[in-house]
Design a protein around this ligand. Structure first.
Ligand SMILES: Cc1cc2nc3c(=O)[nH]c(=O)nc-3n(C[C@H](O)[C@H](O)[C@H](O)COP(=O)(O)OP(=O)(O)OC[C@H]3O[C@@H](n4cnc5c(N)ncnc54)[C@H](O)[C@@H]3O)c2cc1C
Length: 501
């Protein structure tokens, strides 16, 4: 087994142009799940495309220098290996994106849409011989529409910037992936990002009213608008959200807002076993308690976060739940009282309330940094399984059993209130056995999650990392329907080939 990150032997991977002129990417996932699309056949096409862009779209910033392109090779699934894109375009207008896709179609060159590159499925990583289109330069908030409680944004806006801008006028955009200070709205739409408050406010998809999308051939369409209710035709808006750049490039989004809720109150509950924490979650769900945040950290995660941030967490605990309420006034205290009862009933060993909103913010920030805290210990492969919420205790037990049986260093945290857990495998990057071992462990956890009625990805997406599992989870017929949709929207197959499907 070769080291992670090195090119590996795997199923044949080719990006070639078929007789019909379509880009044909086969076997793009190798044994490590890495994007490994050899675009030798496309090198000439890519060179011709770069010349055409320079000639026809002289205003578009184009990166062709190898060092510049290197920054666009990987996303945050850094345990995967990926290729260098042939070129990177940084458009600033919808017209430029349209021109780029028209030319890419004409030259049959694959395109990788990219936001901030924080994705955890390899879906924004480079493809050899392909053009990466990074939307980071389209980063304007175009309008905050108070009267309609919505905001119109370009895709490159950073999630935290949008939150701050609308908070300044008393409004709230809820979706908050833990990466919110670095990830873009376009990427959030591309992945249907979740985060720490989905348990109450839902995922990105629930906050989208309309989109402007550039199709593979360069045509620009609008889906939805500012109507809260709109049943005209198929819901194309929701089709594009979560499509991981395989159906079109989103160049504008109209997003719902709501009034800013009050400051948060926080309860920390510590447990002697992860299962007991899982039982507390199941009890809260059954009792209809709807906190804004319900997060879990297991023992190794508690230690990693506490080592870094010195929060004084209970370092002997096997698991910790963070429960937050943003209910108004005394309702927050009532909500946390009920959560506390559920935790006590499940055998919590300690229950602590944050002293004030500042301490609550501080604790939440530490939880957001859980992945970074683990990365201080080695290379981390992060997974993203989900199960119906009542099955959380079984999933936690299965993760513990499987990782222990294989002797893998593991740490689990996640949005447990949604039934969404992130088992992380930590290893030395030079460990030659790590790739195969973590793959085996992951596959066993995936099987358990599916047996519990769950999913192999709750918020990070299939990308390249989990591609083999899509037909296993959804079934061949459902995947065939997805392929038909893909073929209808992108008949040449130039948009993010080999990702998801
Ligand atoms: C520390 C850390 C914590 C994280 N926490 C969370 C979390 O809590 N919840 C969560 O859901 N994710 C989380 N993530 C994953 C990641 O931040 C999200 O998936 C995020 O939505 C990706 O945004 P991005 O701008 O980085 O997109 P990228 O990684 O650049 O792209 C993601 C996908 O969207 C597509 N895409 C990007 N822009 C467009 C566009 N304009 N039109 C069409 N498709 C597009 C890309 O092709 C790709 O398929 C975390 C990541 C890190 C590193």
């Amino acid at each position: 087994m070769q080291p992670l990150g090195a090119p590996v032997e795997g199923p044949a991977a080719t990006a070639a142009v078929t007789a019909e002129g379509a880009v044909n990417v086969e076997g793009a996932t190798n044994a490590e799940g890495a994007a490994n699309v050899e675009g030798a056949a496309n090198v000439e096409a890519a060179t011709a495309l770069v010349e055409a862009i320079r000639r026809e779209l002289p205003g578009v910033r184009l990166l062709t220098d190898e060092l510049d392109r290197e920054a666009y090779r990987l996303d945050e699934a850094a345990y995967l290996s990926a290729d260098l894109p042939a070129a990177v375009a940084l458009p600033t207008t919808t017209a430029e994106v349209s021109g780029l896709l028209r030319l890419a179609s004409e030259h049959r060159v694959p395109v990788v849409p990219r936001g901030a590159g924080t994705g955890l499925s390899g879906a924004a990583a480079g493809i050899a011989g392909a053009l990466t289109i990074a939307l980071t330069g389209m980063d304007r908030i175009l309008e905050v529409d108070r009267a309609n409680l919505c905001v119109v944004v370009q895709p490159g806006v950073i999630n935290a910037s949008l939150k701050a801008a609308v908070a300044a006028v008393g409004l709230f955009y809820p979706p908050d992936p833990a990466s919110y200070e670095t990830c873009s709205i376009g990427g959030n739409l591309g992945t249907n990002a979740g985060g720490l408050c989905c348990v109450k406010y839902g995922q990105t998809r629930d906050w989208v009213l309309g989109l402007e999308v550039v199709l593979a051939d360069g045509r620009v369409i609008r889906t939805g608008g500012r109507n809260v209710k709109d049943t005209a035709g198929y819901s194309l808006t929701h089709l594009f959200v979560g499509s991981q750049g395989t159906l079109g490039i989103i160049t504008e989004a109209t997003l719902r807002l709501r009034p800013q809720p009050g400051p948060r109150s926080t309860l920390l509950a510590f447990f002697a076993s992860v299962e007991a924490a899982g039982e507390a979650v199941a009890a809260m769900t059954a009792a209809g308690i709807e906190p804004v945040t319900l997060e879990l950290m297991d023992h190794p995660t508690i230690l990693a976060v506490d080592d870094w941030h010195h929060l004084g967490l209970d370092r002997d605990a096997a698991a910790m739940l963070m429960v937050e309420s943003d209910a108004p006034g005394s309702a927050a205290t009532d909500e946390l009282d009920r959560a506390e009862q559920a935790c006590a009933g499940a055998g919590a060993t300690a229950l602590v309330r944050a002293a004030d909103a500042a301490e609550a913010d501080w604790l939440r920030e530490a939880r957001r940094q859980a992945l970074r805290a683990l990365e201080r210990q080695g290379t981390v492969r992060m997974e993203d399984v989900g199960v119906p919420r009542a099955a959380v205790p079984q999933l936690l037990r299965a993760i513990e059993r499987i990782t222990a049986a294989h002797g893998v260093r593991a740490a689990t945290f996640g949005h447990v209130g949604d039934g969404n857990l992130h088992p992380n495998f930590i290893f030395d990057r030079d460990d030659a056995s790590a790739a195969a071992l973590t793959e085996r462990v992951r596959d066993e956890i995936f099987r358990e999650a599916l047996a519990l009625g769950g999913t192999v990805t709750a918020e990070h997406g299939i990308g390249v990392a989990r591609r083999a599992w899509l037909p296993i989870q959804r079934g061949q017929d459902a995947v065939a329907v997805m392929r038909s949709i893909k073929a209808a929207l992108d008949p040449l197959g130039i948009l993010n080939p080999g990702r998801m499907l």
